[in-house]
Design a binder for this molecule. Structure first.
Ligand code: HEM
Length: 554
């Protein structure tokens, strides 16, 4: 009996190994190189145990080349680790071939059955959503409006909270956990942009967060850890997934139902508000841009109710919520990014841990960013300069150092280090190799941004490389892809950059930041699809001398 079982295992193993070897060797259908031994059924997960994944994949690329193939469970995957290849994938005909997203079972729960923008397959539904997102919800005009309203308001709320915390201690220096503050800020901005929940309640709208934002935050807080566990489910055989032994799927379904109920409640509330309003004349005069995202969508619904159903609206506006597994970006990414900037601003010199490697990042000059950025703001000390208002369009070039810091941080710490996974919809050829339909494509932005053949001293944090005094920065920007490339490039890029600039600029302008004595800023990266610090940053925050009077009045 034991003998026959052993024979069976050996036969399965030999057949799988021969099959994989033959596929790899087949003349014009030659797959990209990759690590040889793949476990039958499981593939290469044993090679990916080391965390974080983007660092492990960079190591494999160093051994096998800039395009390598892997087997992950029943999926073929190709990883590209060079700028040239990433551009080939996302800017030529291949961009269409790779415009699909892989369907992970756990993403079905959070992405409205794969109909949310980040998870949707390439096709008419995705095109319709994408057009609305870029034209109506995240256009330059709307980003301006959001800067004036939601982002500025929520930044002011955060500044007030920090100033009060500092005023409450006798030393005037508060110890604050930035991640929590930025998390609340991003939720506030999110809810204000989606539904304008604070504005609708009139008096008391200056509260730190609306009830809806609180509920949304609670749901998001609970969903996030489950997504990590749900990833494991994705690689289990279907019958085991169905059994849902750990109860992850059941819990996720409950939470997603709560989130959806909240979204549908917001849509109904906005519809009711519109009905009750004596809007006939006034409404016509209001520009669609001046409304919340739901308000804009309801206007579209009036013109085409079949297309813009409530579910369509909920799926579209929830894109800013936590990412479906397999997608990657959100306000979360942005929040984590501001947290990373803040870490850089507090540390001198910054020490960085990467697995076992602990090195001096040589970022002493980063702390020196505070004075130049402040000086660049011009009217320092005036209420106008301190107030979290977006710098006017023509004012933005006066903040070149801030722009450089943001670019350099996105280079070294791209929020989505492997972008979001793409999937080929047809057989195609990449760098002379055959890529079958249904192959998952990962682009290792983290490794591409540190490629020594492209960047001088790639491990150094050097904002000046983006051209503080000139327009050189444009060229450098084209050598990185923190927001992806091609058709599925992030549509929230302008909003993200605007918010990061505004929040970081305000934090620098209003407060002096330093690290807690004796503590080093730990830049260890958590292992996740979104890159963030494993250890939340606790920093010392002291109102800037010239700003005290202004902060007092907030
Ligand atoms: C620091 C902030 C952000 C970063 C680094 C970031 C990065 C990314 C990346 C790398 C992708 C995948 C691109 C690809 O598939 O190749 C993506 C997709 C996406 N992002 Fe962002 N993002 C950020 C903020 C935002 C914001 C604020 C929004 C909206 C409010 C947003 C909405 C989206 C959507 C909807 C997609 C999916 C697009 C599609 O599949 O067609 N992102 N983002």
């Amino acid at each position: 009996m034991v003998m026959s079982n052993l024979m069976l295992v050996l036969t399965v193993f030999m057949v799988s190994a021969t099959y994989l070897l033959m596929r790899r060797m087949r003349g014009k259908n030659r797959l990209p190189p990759g690590p040889g031994f793949a476990l039958p059924l499981a593939g290469h997960p044993h090679l990916l145990r080391e965390k974080p994944l983007h660092v492990t994949l960079a190591g494999l690329a160093a051994r096998h080349g800039p395009v390598l193939s892997l087997r992950l469970g029943r999926r073929d995957a190709v990883v590209v680790t060079s700028l040239r290849l990433a551009k080939e994938c996302f800017s030529s005909d291949l961009d269409v071939a790779f415009a699909n997203r892989p369907r992970f079972p756990s993403a079905r729960e959070v992405s409205f059955g794969y109909t949310g923008l980040p998870a949707a397959s390439y096709g008419p539904h995705w095109r319709a959503m994408r057009r609305i997102a870029t034209v109506h919800l995240l256009s330059a005009r709307r980003v301006d409006l959001m800067s004036d309203a939601a982002i500025a308001d929520e930044t002011r709320v955060m500044v007030r909270r920090l100033a009060r915390a500092a005023a409450a201690v006798s030393s005037g220096v508060a110890k604050v956990e930035l991640k929590r503050n930025l998390f609340e800020l991003s939720h506030g901005v999110l809810m204000e942009s989606i539904a304008g929940t604070k504005g609708k309640r009139g008096a008391g709208s200056d509260a730190d967060m609306s009830e809806e934002a609180h509920e949304f935050k609670k749901v998001v807080d609970e969903i996030m850890p489950l997504l990590g566990m749900a990833n494991l489910h994705d690689h289990l055989p279907a019958p085991l997934r169905w059994l849902d032994l750990g109860g992850v799927r059941r819990r996720l379904t409950e939470l997603v139902n709560r989130r959806n109920a909240l979204m549908h409640g917001l849509i109904d509330a906005e519809r009711e508000r519109r009905r009750q309003e004596d809007h006939a004349a006034d409404e016509e005069e209001l520009l669609p841009e001046s409304k919340s995202m739901i308000g804009v969508m309801l206007l579209l619904q009036e013109s085409d109710p079949q297309q813009y159903t409530d579910t369509f609206i909920a799926a579209l506006v929830t894109v800013s919520a936590p990412p479906p597994t397999g997608s990657s970006c959100t306000f979360t990414a942005k929040r984590m990014h501001i947290s990373t900037f803040s870490a850089l601003l507090c540390e001198e010199p910054l020490r960085r841990r990467h697995g076992d490697h602990v090195g001096d990042h040589g970022m002493g000059h980063v702390a020196a960013a505070q004075p130049p950025v402040r000086a660049a703001e011009g009217a320092r000390g005036s209420e106008r300069a301190c107030w979290p208002r977006p710098p006017p369009e023509q004012g933005r070039p006066h903040l070149p150092y801030l722009r450089c810091i943001i670019s350099e941080t996105l280079r070294l710490y791209p929020a989505a280090p492997l972008l979001a996974p793409h999937e080929s919809s047809s057989d195609c050829s990449l760098h002379g190799y055959h890529v079958p339909a249904g192959t998952m494509l990962l682009a290792n932005a983290y490794a591409i941004h540190r490629d020594p053949s492209v960047w001088d001293d790639p491990e150094e944090f050097r904002p000046e490389r983006f051209g503080v005094n000139s327009a050189d920065g444009q060229g450098q920007q084209g050598m990185m892809l923190p927001f992806g490339m091609g058709r599925r490039r992030c549509p929230g890029e302008s909003l993200a950059l605007r918010t990061m600039g505004l929040v970081l600029g305000t934090l620098i302008q209003c407060f002096d930041w330093s690290r807690v004595a004796g503590d080093e800023v730990d830049m260890t990266q958590a292992s996740a699809k979104i890159l963030y610090k494993a250890v939340p940053l606790v920093a010392l925050c002291k109102p800037h001398d010239n700003m005290r009077a202004v902060l007092h009045k907030i």
